[in-house]
Design a protein around this ligand. Sequence first.
Ligand code: ZN
Ligand code: ZN
Length: 686
Amino acid sequence: MISKLPPNRPSHLTLKFLKLYVNSGDLQRAQHLFDQIPEPDLRTQTILITAYTKWGFPKESLKLYRELRNKKIKPDRLVLLSAAKACTASSDLIKAKEIHEDAVRFGFGSDLVLGNALIDMFGKCNSIQAAGKVFDDLPVKDVVSWTSMAVGYWNCGLPREALWVLREMGLNGVRPNSITVSSILPACSHLKALNAGREIHGFVVRNGMGDNVFVNSGLVDMYAKCLSTWQARNVFDNMPQRDVVAWNVILTTYFSNGDWNEACKLFDQMKIEGAKVNSASWNAMITGCTQNGLNEQAFELLARMQDSGFKPNQFTIASVMPACTSLESLRGGKEIHGYSFRHCFMEDVVIATALVFMYAKCGDLGISRRTFDRMPRKDTVAWNTMILANSMHGHGVKALSLFRGMIGSDIRPNSVTFTGVLSGCSHSRLVDEGHAIFNSMSRDHGVEPNEDHCSCMVDVFSRAGRLEEAYGFIQKMPLEPTAGAWGALLGACRVYKNVELGAIAAKRLFDIEPDNPGNYILLSNIFVAAKLPDDASMVRKLMRDRGIMKMPGCSWIQVKDKVYTFTAGDKRSAQSDEIYGFLDELGEKMRLMGYVPNTGFALQDVDEEEKEEGLISHSERLAVAFGILNSNGGLTIRVFKNLRICGDCHNAIKFIAKIVGMQIIVRDTMRFHHFRDGSCSCHDFW
Ligand code: ZN
Ligand code: ZN
């Protein structure tokens, strides 16, 4: 039918069909029809270019524009507008510059509508200079020009300048409209510019924009970010209609202020008022709970969310994952894993990485590694997580081979990668390897060593017992040595019984972090071990005089879906008698196997537990005993401690693991200890 029509120009009918296809979004048919036109004119091409932009195919749109220009067809204002919008959508700066040149070349340099579109385009393409040039060249500017310029600054990460444009705009007699206001408020939020925000609020009220839902949501967010909760609430309460954005902002506000009670109240009210709760609201609630340490509630909300017919998405999973990691809730984590797997979220690199981290942190390095291995795509963060996990568990050799695998896969290492590998090297006493990697950092990978990396290097030397080299490294460090560096040296001085260097390191630490009780206790321990009781009591006196308190030790363990917490000498458990009885029984067997209790740890308060408590009632030992008694045939138990594990307990748990034939994993503040068959993965260094 079409071929019978006049040869060169498209007929009315062709145009009619083209428009029909385009309007219904059937771009394939439209393109097909277009291809049959021997010499498409500007009008026909404009229709198709506009359609591609409108339906979200900016690249096709720009390709057609290029064809048009190759045919030396002179573009008009309409087609330039469409092309500019396509550039805006694809943030293609090179093409954007071409469009701008064409606009000037064909005499549209002072066209207001096109100019505004070009300003917006350059703003989205991150070239504020080019946007400013278009703006300056416009002989007449309207509210859209100014607004586009302000939005451009905000997009380019220059919020201060965005606010400045708003001020200039007023000075030039141009009155902002509600779009200007709602697009500038995020800049105030970002800058926490309460005064500027208040001025805008006043302007809003004076100019009758108080009913605009976008403006109001922006104001709520601005006050919330400026930490003025009551003002945020005031705007919120006076909104004639509230959109879900405003609701979600106010929920998040209360959570970030720690007022989760009010947030939960509002969430219930939200449903009473018939507000459309969306999945972002559920996510805000779940994130809010995990941020406030309300992990149980987060899981409860996740269940309620599903009961209400909402499917958790990537964001939900990402927000509930921290709850698993902080509860060390392997069980909860496994549920999330199953859910993610069933809903094909495992393709999502962020979720998969979070799972890798969760398993490692919950002490199950095996599943962590399997999850990592199954990831279809691994980015730097994923590799870093796996490397750090292995280091954390004391598997330095594996961390090192992962690092090589990462380089081999052409994934660029960053600063975190090196912290991970180096700490792996230190835990596994890989001194030469660690040193070589440290030296290769800036030379081969373009990553400048920072304080953390230097501290790791000190740790690498220290843990291997090369204390003089560690001290030499600290002295030659290009950066000011941090508490991390001196702390590594001090810790090693305790293990290798080096009083002299220990005193030097401790002295520096007392200056850098005078309130950290750990340093005083470590130095005191070093003196005790060196049979220098007077020096030890002097350190303890110093600590007392400075009013420094020790953190009470506590250990916890998850059995089924409940977490049980123990403090030293704890008798609160219903199973207390059983626990102490079991520990006595174990004590007998241990002594027969050659265990000698190190009373130094009990009497001298060598680690952080209270000294009046006997060794047997240290929190980690109670948790271990409880775990074994409730293991139900399981072969591994996982205990967590808020302080460094005590030296005598460390020794005792090695024996216990052998006696009961189980793997006992203890995570303290420093690392994971895997006790199995009479020894520990840390090789007695922690
Ligand atoms: Zn102990
Ligand atoms: Zn250990």
